[in-house]
Design a protein around this ligand. Structure first.
Ligand SMILES: Nc1ncnc2c1ncn2[C@@H]1O[C@H](COP(=O)(O)OP(=O)(O)OP(=O)(O)O)[C@@H](O)[C@H]1O
Length: 363
């Protein structure tokens, strides 16, 4: 029926609590062995999707397939899916070994087999030698690894991770991002990772679903989503952007701040009011004579590898740009853009137009 390479498929999945619809027709096709991220602000329904895949929550309508089998009536403990929760949900009174072995012991797996499997996953998460440690004596990052080991020991086909790094400090969090990604590549199983942190999503994922209020607003590779945000919500959510009012002149030509620029967008009617999105790192700084636009520098912030500069053009639009040099506050500068860094977004799109455009992006 479906492509054999899908490990999870959701078709028209909805969820309603009392009178509130928290998921509106979610469609997802997750290929085996890829790293997927659900990205969105608190309350948009990310955890609910994970719970429906895991079988902890029942969808109000729609279908869920795991490994091409409809699983609507299959209980959580019969699905080859494991979850790593944000708070780890470890047993505090047990040591590392017993925490990891617990699920297998309950299933009455032979003790020798348990020993081999637990040792294998301890190796995998680099916790060899910690078997007898109490959970209370482990650091945040170590507890996180125990939680992952406990999920992996069941040899799931799909691993669900619900904001697993949010309790860690920045340094450890970055280290764990590398480790998790590495682990996923080595194991080749499907990861579904939930986060509200856009940098984390961009760094780790093969494919991102950006969510808003129970809907998927855009899905694509990190590059697609970063470079071609489909609307202002996605552009704002994924990093800093310059969003400037503009008007379509014809295919591949857009006007803003009284000038006409080449761009890569086509299919939007002439004279339609739109917005252009330009990332700060795509703004090329030059002398006023060479600039396509002229702007006045308002402030500059040192950001480590670059300076972040705020400038205002003749129409009063604010521009953020990155530069490795220093530019005097108050000075006049020129701004230039490559056609392929000018992204056009439509305003007030009808739902049908939006869906059609979304499909075009997904193709
Ligand atoms: N058991 C429940 N009963 C009623 N409402 C619920 C229940 N579980 C979740 N909700 C509501 O569903 C919506 C989506 O919740 P969900 O936990 O999926 O969001 P989330 O995107 O994971 O948020 P967060 O990042 O804060 O965990 C929220 O408005 C939440 O209040």
């Amino acid at each position: 029926m479906q492509n054999q390479n899908y490990s999870v498929v959701l078709k028209g999945v909805t969820k309603t609590y009392d009178d509130t619809q928290v998921l509106k027709k979610i469609d997802m096709e997750l290929e085996k062995g890829k790293f997927y991220t659900l990205l969105g602000p608190s309350g948009c329904g990310k955890t609910t999707i994970l719970r429906i895949i895991a079988g902890f929550t029942e969808a109000s309508s729609g279908e869920v397939y795991l490994d091409n089998q409809a699983v609507t009536s299959i209980p959580a403990n019969k699905r080859k899916v494991n979850t790593v929760f944000q708070d780890y949900a470890l047993f505090p009174h047990m040591n590392v070994y017993d925490n990891i072995a617990f699920g297998l012991s309950v299933k009455k797996v032979h003790p020798d087999t348990i020993k081999t499997k637990v040792n294998d996953v301890l190796q995998l998460v680099q916790l060899k030698g910690f078997e007898n440690r109490n959970i209370s004596e482990m650091s945040g990052g170590q507890k996180q690894r125990v939680a992952i080991a406990r999920a992996l020991v069941n040899e799931p086909e799909v691993l669900l991770l619900d904001e697993p790094l949010s309790a860690l400090d920045l340094k450890l969090r970055t280290d764990m991002q590398y480790e998790l990604r590495e682990l996923q590549r080595r194991l080749g199983i499907t990861f579904v990772f939930v986060t509200h942190d856009q940098e984390e999503a961009l760094a780790m994922s093969d494919w991102i679903y950006v969510m808003k209020e129970g809907e998927i607003v855009q899905s694509g590779t990190p590059n697609d989503i970063y470079d071609e945000p489909i609307n202002r919500y996605v552009a704002d959510f994924i990093g800093e952007s310059n969003i400037i009012p503009a008007k379509m002149i014809e295919d591949y030509k857009v006007e803003f701040v009284g000038k006409v620029f080449e761009c890569e967008d086509a299919g939007i009617p002439a004279n339609e009011h739109v917005e252009v999105v330009i990332r700060p790192e795509d703004v090329i700084l030059t002398t006023p004579e060479d600039g396509q636009l002229i702007a006045k520098v308002d402030s500059q912030l040192f950001r480590g590898v670059f300076n972040e500069l705020i400038a205002y053009d003749e129409d009063g639009n604010e521009w953020m740009a990155h530069t490795t040099g220093k530019v005097a506050v108050g000075s006049r500068i020129g701004l230039r853009f490559d056609p392929n860094s000018i992204h056009v977004m439509r305003l007030n799109e009808s739902e049908e137009d939006f869906d059609a455009r979304l499909e075009q992006y997904e193709d």
